[in-house]
Ligand binder design. Structure first.
Ligand code: GTP
Ligand code: MG
Length: 445
């Protein structure tokens, strides 16, 4: 596979000012010559005319950058062709490259896969690169950049290194029981293993903050019918995503909107009003609302201010520590709002989606709760279920090792633990995980 020279459009498909086409592999040089370009000095952008090798027609005039191996993204010879981003230009350029011997279009993620194969990055950095390209909010961007800089790799490599040292010491005890080994070697090994177990437990116990940032937090809007749930969703989404009407029971299904709240990616779900519904469709909607509440990271429970101080019991029962309780329609309040609000730990928030009163404070409080959920302050949080599984596997092997009846069995468990860590960065057992990691990449990356 890595014999072929690959090429792809690296910028997004469609009409654009500039399009970037990237080549990687040993035949990049000859391909450029076939396009009528002479090889520019390394890493300098030069103007170039790109000529159709079969017809000798001019395809475009643009820029060419040459990155000779090994100082390139993939570690191979790489060329970047910056052309005008018109469909005809890009298509004719790609056709011309297809006609070059030894060249073929890249598979999704193939550039990054080659970079990994040539030790330009480990698997966590390759994953972070995919995350950076997918990042939609500032916090996602920041997290991806940190991981791309090697934040997770450094931690996992350090742990693996320490584990391999402990294993070497244990093997010395096994292999040379009668030799003059310094005393307490075995104690030292178990001390190191214990330290590592604690470090891994702390790292895993992060409230899934990294995964939440990467995938987005789930926030559910719940409450009795007609309280203004859909109105709030529309306000936050800045569009008419859900139908709003004065008829209680308007929303039947879950309506989801993805948005950026305070730099965090959030999936906000509007749900059917909670009540004892007679109609089967509405009951199904209410069942879905409960399901959504159960899987939400945060809940907004919103009550109808026109009924205040009565608070609907079904909805009040949904309030827990991860809830922002709200009285909407503050413009219709019959009595002063604060009297019963102290019953709720964080206080009830009074607002009116209609008049806008209290909405800014509401958004600020919501953003603060989101930040509190997503950002646990860990310098380098794990960002994928793959990392979590690998670390759990490692921790299990470590705890087995500690209770093993024979040192030989303990050593085998330490080896398994080190392998689980090695798989995280791609140091070991690579083939079986590569397809999983690179499956989510798009072409040109
Ligand atoms: N006076 C007043 N009316 C509001 C306010 N917010 C929403 N409404 C109105 O209340 C009615 C119900 O609003 P919706 O957003 O559809 O309520 P909902 O909670 O989604 O209702 P269901 O989907 O039936 O559960 C509509 O007529 C809105 O215009 C507010 O702050 N003040
Ligand atoms: Mg609604």
């Amino acid at each position: 596979m890595s014999d072929a020279t690959i090429f792809a459009l690296a910028s997004a498909a469609g009409r654009a000012g500039i399009a970037v086409i990237r080549l990687s592999g040993g035949r990049s040089k000859s391909a450029l010559e076939r396009l009528g370009c002479s090889l520019p000095p390394p890493r300098k952008a030069v103007r170039a005319k790109f000529i159709d090798p079969t017809t000798s027609d001019l395809l475009d005039e643009g820029l060419l950058i040459w990155f000779p191996a090994p100082h390139s993204f993939t570690g191979e010879d790489v060329a970047e062709l910056h052309v005008h981003g018109g469909r005809a230009v890009v298509e004719s350029m790609l056709d011309a490259l297809s006609s070059c011997p030894g060249l073929r279009p890249a598979e999704p993620g193939e550039f990054t896969r080659r970079a990994f194969a040539n030790d330009k990055m480990d698997l966590t950095q390759a994953e972070a690169l995919a995350d950076l390209v997918d990042a939609e909010t500032r916090v996602q961007q920041k997290q991806a950049l940190r991981q791309m800089g090697g934040a997770l790799r450094e931690i996992y490599d350090d742990w693996r290194h320490r584990l391999i040292q402990a294993l070497a010491h244990l093997e010395a005890v096994i292999d040379f029981p009668d030799e003059d080994l310094p005393p307490h070697v075995a104690d030292k090994v178990w001390g190191q293993v214990g330290d590592l177990e604690r470090a891994i437990a702390d790292h895993i116990d992060d409230g899934k903050s990294g995964e939440r940032i990467r995938q987005g937090l789930r926030v559910a809007i719940l409450g009795p019918p007609n309280a203004g749930k859909s109105s709030l969703l529309n306000h936050l989404a800045r569009r008419e995503a859900a139908i709003v009407s004065a008829v209680p029971g308007t929303t039947r299904d879950v309506i989801e909107v993805h948005m950026d709240l305070g730099g965090y990616a959030v999936t906000l779900a509007d749900t059917a009003g909670l009540r004892d519904a007679g109609d089967t469709i509405e009951s199904e909607g209410i069942r879905r609302a409960h399901a959504r509440a159960a899987e939400a990271d945060l809940k907004i429970v919103i009550f109808d201010g026109a009924r205040y101080p009565a608070l609907d019991a079904l909805s009040a029962a949904m309030i827990d520590g991860d809830t922002l309780p709200v009285i909407n329609k503050a413009d219709l309040l019959l009595i002063a709002g604060e009297s019963i609000s102290e019953k709720f730990p964080g206080g009830l928030h009074f607002m009116s989606v209609k008049t806008g009163a209290g909405l800014e404070e509401f958004v600020a409080r919501l953003e603060k709760m989101i930040a509190g959920k997503a950002d646990t302050g860990a310098a380098a949080p794990l960002t994928r279920a793959r990392h979590r599984r690998g670390l759990e596997e490692c921790a299990e092997a470590l705890s087995r090792a500690r209770t093993a009846t024979l040192p030989e069995l303990a050593a085998e468990d330490l080896r398994l633990a080190a392998r689980a860590l090695g798989r995280l960065t791609g140091r070991v057992d690579v083939e079986e995980i590569l397809d999983v990691v690179f499956r989510d990449f798009c072409i040109g990356k």
